[in-house]
Write a protein that binds this ligand. Sequence first.
Ligand code: NAD
Length: 475
Amino acid sequence: MYQYTQHYINGQWVDSTGDETIDVINPATEEKIGEISSGTKEDLDKAVQAARDAFPDFSQTTKEERAALLDRIADEYEKRKDKFIEVIMAELGSPVTFTKEVQYPMGLNHFRTAAKLVRDFAFIEERENSFIQKDAIGVAGLITPWNFPTNQTSTKLASAFAAGSTVVLKPSTETPFAAILLTEVFEAAGVPKGVFNLVNGTGSTIGDGISSHPDIDFVSFTGSGGVGTKIMENAAQDIKKVSLELGGKSPIVVLDDADVDYAAKTAISHIAGNTGQVCTAGTRALVPKSMHDDFIEAIKSHISEYPVGDPKDESTFTGPQVSEEQWKTVQDYIQKGIDSGATLVTGGTGKPEGLETGYYSKLTVFTDVKADDTIAQEEIFGPVLSVITYKDLDEAIDIANGTIYGLAGYVVGNNPDTVTHVAKSLRSGRIVVNNEKSDFTAPFGGFKQSGIGREWGDYGIEEFLEPKTIVGLPK
Ligand code: NAD
């Protein structure tokens, strides 16, 4: 059992001022694996005060000192590799292979990248008669979701520490233990007291408390659009800066010269990876009419290469949904797809055979989906793919850009001119051509209702800074 009913405030673990707790469930077994405190507004106030008190000193440290701190954090993170893998598997139901290859290194990469970039970061700029100094923004409130327990927390924390901001973190109640392990990392790395504070609790108390707190200068949020709206409404009351990383409904544009097996496998991997619980997942495969039948045959022949099952099994590709609530949401969307008249290629409602315990869904692919169908417009956050055909590239681009979202987009094909034209025409924050690997130095974030602001690398550091112009500074 993971029993962590304290908060981390001002460099130490302290009891909550309330006595309510929240159970944490392993979604693969449906068993309780631990509990955390359901923090109170008083707990939050103490954490914000600690962050405020630590800000004057931390914001004046040199970038070399902060880079060295980030390197020590990355070293301590690496020492706890096995613990991170164990915790993320238990709280998220993330399959062991995916956890080792994707979940674990993502958090680490943000700290290493920030350490490297901050050393060369221009905190001072001189132009004509102005001296521009980028100051740390102040106290940042960080609110994170459950789908990548160390990625979302680490990208925010690495940028904040690089900039010289102090923080209060509220992680998701579904996956709080990876954040508790990160706290252990920060203690071992010597993060000064008050620079990092952790308060566990509900969105309605701690999350809402952060976005409306008068002593918080900036809210960095990753999560759903509905909560993003509430955060903006609260932050608007005292003109607090917000950064929002929200949902997506990303297209995979398959070009007519693409290898059909490669394209089908790309599409399946998007809904199978992390059980489709990925904000950037390509969940709409746009294929030329002429390729449709071959594409569907390729989906059918490759789907068994992505087995759904026990996260502890090395061969498992797809685990359970994070919670019963998410499982029900996914089931409702699959039913909506059936009701809309789309053709079920594989999967469907219910649990896969032999997986009655655990919040498992079937990998589900629909074809004959219309671009404006609900399943092609709304984020499902589960293993559901919509295949939509297009007659020419203009129509493909229109369909690709035809949702309220703009987080990511994918192009699969070979002709360099066509690939370039399509990639440059997509209205999204991150476009990936032929499964190219991630670049942690490049900005991450969304157009349209996928969010405001950017994370990762130097763009992420910028979010935690305020530029100040001084004209007439004596030389
Ligand atoms: P969520 O919005 O329900 O919760 C996210 C966080 O907000 C949690 O810590 C939650 O406790 C907190 N919260 C809930 N109500 C709040 C309130 N009123 N005020 C402040 N905070 C509150 O999202 P989720 O279910 O945890 O995550 C899934 C969503 O996150 C999906 O929509 C997904 O697309 C999105 N997401 C986006 C990105 C990105 O980078 N763009 C990355 C991962 C996930």
